[in-house]
Structure formats: structure tokens, C-alpha cells
Design a protein around this ligand. Structure first.
Ligand code: FAD
Length: 304
């Protein structure tokens, strides 16, 4: 079957009609770029002198533009706009209440994510692939161990967890050039699970964050930590999973002693030297500690 394409002097733009066609194009042109909101690609072309001669639009591909509620998670097509994600999640939160704490965190952060012009077009897949160290969404995806479904023509589908191995370096993810992100799965939460995200920027609205944080904890009835994940943006070349600190908090009681253990450990684990891009290493570290303290207070209020 055929599909629409425009060919200009410098760029060819394809609009495949099926996921299969998309995979064929990505196989044939592994250096091509999938373009959704163009809010990263456009900036790279205009300000960073990047040249992308082959662009592919996923607008007509159903599987990449759907949102499906499953038993354990919500599956969002990689090309769904942030505005549509927000609207859908607001609805789902009302229906699923306590089970939808991660969706709540996503809607909380989308309120502070760029402006409506960007949110109207920008996609989740574009945010993950760009892998900005100050992404507002990736710390959430890492803290909840979100899964992404990717596919290539030759090797078919595979599922990856967004964990400490997913972001491999500055703006580099564990996805091959001929692979396309189909969708992302965000899990539902348990009753004794708490999840929050925080963003600190210079301006409250429409600004790049200095630090972002996402925290996920499961505690038992005795208020002992069963599982915990502390993830940060703005603390290195990639979204960071504070693995050592997270491990050291397991089996501790949710009280001030636990906070002190967390502070000591984060102080060692979140190391930025003075030459770090963006500067302010000490300030950024103390922001991370303060944001964790906010989370501690939030959970304490919930469980008392
Ligand atoms: P595009 O530019 O269309 O694509 C980006 C990259 O992802 C490309 O390399 C593309 O090939 C790849 N890609 C897209 N979809 C797929 C797929 N399905 N499979 C494989 N590869 C894919 N980000 C924040 O986190 N927080 C902010 O507050 C924020 N504010 C911003 C404000 C402005 C003014 C601008 C211009 C950008 C801002 N951003 C922010 C960054 C940007 O908006 C986001 O990263 C957005 O999610 C990118 O999505 P997009 O659809 O526009 O990506």
C-alpha cells in the first residue's frame, strides 16, 4: 500500500499508514527521525545546526496514538500529545483514585511542563528518546519502573524497563537506530504505595528545571519500607537513580532516623563537581535533600 510523502530539495517527509510501513521505513533509513511535536527536532535544526534529511510522521499509526487501560497499567501510545495524556489521566484518576498515584504525579508535573503550545503537540516518546538530563517525565518513568514497547522490522517487538541502565549517557538511550517506540506502560499503584514528583525551576511556569525528583515507596502496616526508589533529574548527564540510597532505606521505619540515613547517603551519592554544566552543584544537591524531606512529610501525613 502507498503512503503520503513530500520530497523537497533538502528533506523528505513520509507519513506511513501502518506500523509495519513505519518499521520498513526505519529499517531502510535507520538515521531518519520520527517527528511528532517537533519541539526537540525543531530546536536542534534551528539552533544546533543539525540536519535531518528524512523525517517520518507517526500521526496515522493507530497503535502509536492510542491509550489503553489494562489490569496492571495504562498503556500510552508513544505519539500521544502531552495535552491528551493529561486529559485522559485526569479522567482515569477520578475513576481509579488510590490506584492512580503515578498518573497523578504525571498530571502534577504536566502542569509545570512548558506551556500549552508545547504540550498541545509534544509527545511522551519524544521526551523519552531525547533523554534530557532535566526531563520532567523521565524521573517519574524511572521511579515507577515504567516499561516501553519498542519494535524493529528485523527483530520484532521487545519490552524494556526504564531503569538505571536505560539512559546510557548524555541524550543516549538503550534503543537501536532501527527501533521505534510503540508505547509506554505506566503501572497502577498499591494501597500502601506512595508516589510524588517535584520540580524546582527559576520560574514556576514554563521553565527548564534546575532539579526534578520522583519518589516511590511501598511501606507495610508497621510503617517499614518494603521498596523505595529515589530518582533525580539535573544531577548528572542522565536521569539518575540513587541506587545506593534507595537500597540503604529498605527495611527502615518511616521516621526521622530514616530521613537522616537518606540525607547522609544522598550527600555522598549525589556528587557533582564545580565544572558541571549549569553550575550550582551544592545548591542542586541541597534541593534534592529538601525535596526528599517534602516527600517524607507527605507520606507521614498519609500514613498517620
Ligand atoms: P520531537 O521533536 O518530535 O522528537 C524528539 C526525538 O524523539 C527525535 O529524535 C525523534 O526522532 C524521537 N522520537 C519521537 N517519537 C519517537 C518514537 N515513537 N520512537 C522513536 N523515536 C522517537 N521538556 C521537559 O521535560 N520539560 C519542560 O518543561 C520542557 N519545556 C520545553 C519548552 C520549550 C519552549 C521547548 C521547545 C521544549 C521543552 N521541552 C521540555 C522539551 C520537549 O518539549 C519534550 O522533550 C517533548 O516531549 C518532545 O516531544 P516531541 O514530540 O516534540 O519530540
Amino acid at each position: 500500500t502507498s503512503f503520503l510523502f513530500y520530497s523537497g530539495k533538502n528533506v523528505v517527509w513520509f507519513r506511513p499508514q501502518s506500523f509495519k510501513q513505519m518499521l520498513i521505513l526505519k529499517h531502510k533509513y535507520p538515521d531518519s527521525k520520527i517527528v511528532v511535536g517537533n519541539t526537540e527536532i525543531g530546536v536542534e535544526i534551528k539552533f544546533k545546526k543539525k540536519y535531518y534529511p528524512i523525517l517520518i510522521s507517526p500521526k496515522l499509526i493507530k497503535e502509536m496514538n492510542n491509550i489503553i487501560i489494562k489490569d496492571e497499567c495504562v498503556q500510552i501510545g508513544a505519539a500521544v500529545s502531552l495535552k491528551d495524556v493529561n486529559a485522559f489521566f485526569q479522567d482515569t484518576i477520578k475513576k481509579y483514585k488510590g490506584k492512580a498515584k503515578i498518573l497523578e504525579a504525571v498530571t502534577d508535573i504536566l502542569h509545570w511542563f512548558a506551556g500549552s503550545q508545547i504540550r498541545n503537540v509534544a509527545s511522551i516518546g519524544g521526551n523519552i528518546m531525547t533523554a534530557s538530563p532535566v526531563s520532567d517525565l523521565n524521573p517519574i518513568f524511572m521511579a515507577c519502573s515504567a516499561k516501553i514497547i519498542v519494535s524493529s522490522l528485523q527483530r520484532g517487538k521487545r519490552k524494556l524497563t526504564i531503569d538505571q541502565n536505560f539512559f546510557q549517557g548524555y541524550r543516549k538511550v538503550a534503543i537501536d537506530k532501527d527501533e521505534v517506540i510503540l508505547a509506554i506502560e505506566i503501572p497502577f499503584t498499591d494501597e500502601m504505595q506512595y508516589f510524588k514528583t517535584y520540580k524546582q525551576a527559576r520560574r514556576r511556569e514554563d521553565d527548564i528545571s534546575i532539579v526534578t525528583a520522583a519518589f516511590n515507596v511501598k511501606i507495610d502496616k508497621q510503617q517499614i519500607v518494603e521498596e523505595i526508589k529515589l530518582c533525580f533529574g539535573g544531577m548528572g548527564p542522565t536521569t539518575l537513580f540513587a541506587l545506593k540510597t534507595s537500597d540503604s532505606l529498605k527495611n527502615l521505619t518511616w521516621n526521622e532516623d530514616m530521613v537522616n540515613v537518606a540525607f547522609k547517603s544522598l550527600n555522598n551519592e549525589l556528587m557533582l563537581d564545580n565544572s558541571v554544566p549549569g553550575g550550582m552543584p551544592e545548591y542542586r544537591k541541597s534541593l534534592c535533600l529538601s525535596l526528599f524531606f517534602r516527600f517524607y512529610m507527605y507520606v507521614l501525613n498519609e500514613i498517620k
